[in-house]
Design a protein. Structure first.
Length: 115
């Protein structure tokens, strides 16, 4: 797990001090986790996962994806992939936030435009 903790920190481009600050640990504690001197407690693992959107299964076992994709990271990825403008992203975000019945109204309307 020590290598995965270090990989998270490096991937995020954070110093040990900043990484620890966001989860309530000092730089020295992060160093001890990354070298394997100390093992993380369940609370530390949960704090890392919550603060950095890390997949807890990946952190504990190495299986799966490192990060849990959030709505914002998903929209950012789609925006870059399809060269979307800010308004396009806001429209997608608004649609995602709608309850299913209102989404259906929009889908029905869009289908009617294609006839």
């Amino acid at each position: 797990m020590k290598d995965r903790i270090k990989k998270i920190r490096k991937t995020l481009g954070l110093s040990g001090e900043k990484f620890g600050e966001n989860i309530g640990l000092k730089r020295s504690s992060i160093s001890q986790l990354e070298t394997g001197t100390n093992n993380p407690t369940d609370q530390v693992i949960k704090s890392i996962c919550l603060a950095y959107n890390v997949n807890e299964n990946w952190l504990r076992t190495g299986n799966g994806e490192m990060f849990i994709e959030t709505k914002d990271s998903f929209l950012d990825s789609i925006s870059k992939q399809f060269n979307l403008e800010e308004l396009d992203v806001k429209i997608l975000e608004s649609y995602i936030d709608l309850p299913p019945e209102k989404r259906q109204v929009i889908k029905d309307y869009l289908k009617s435009l294609n006839k």
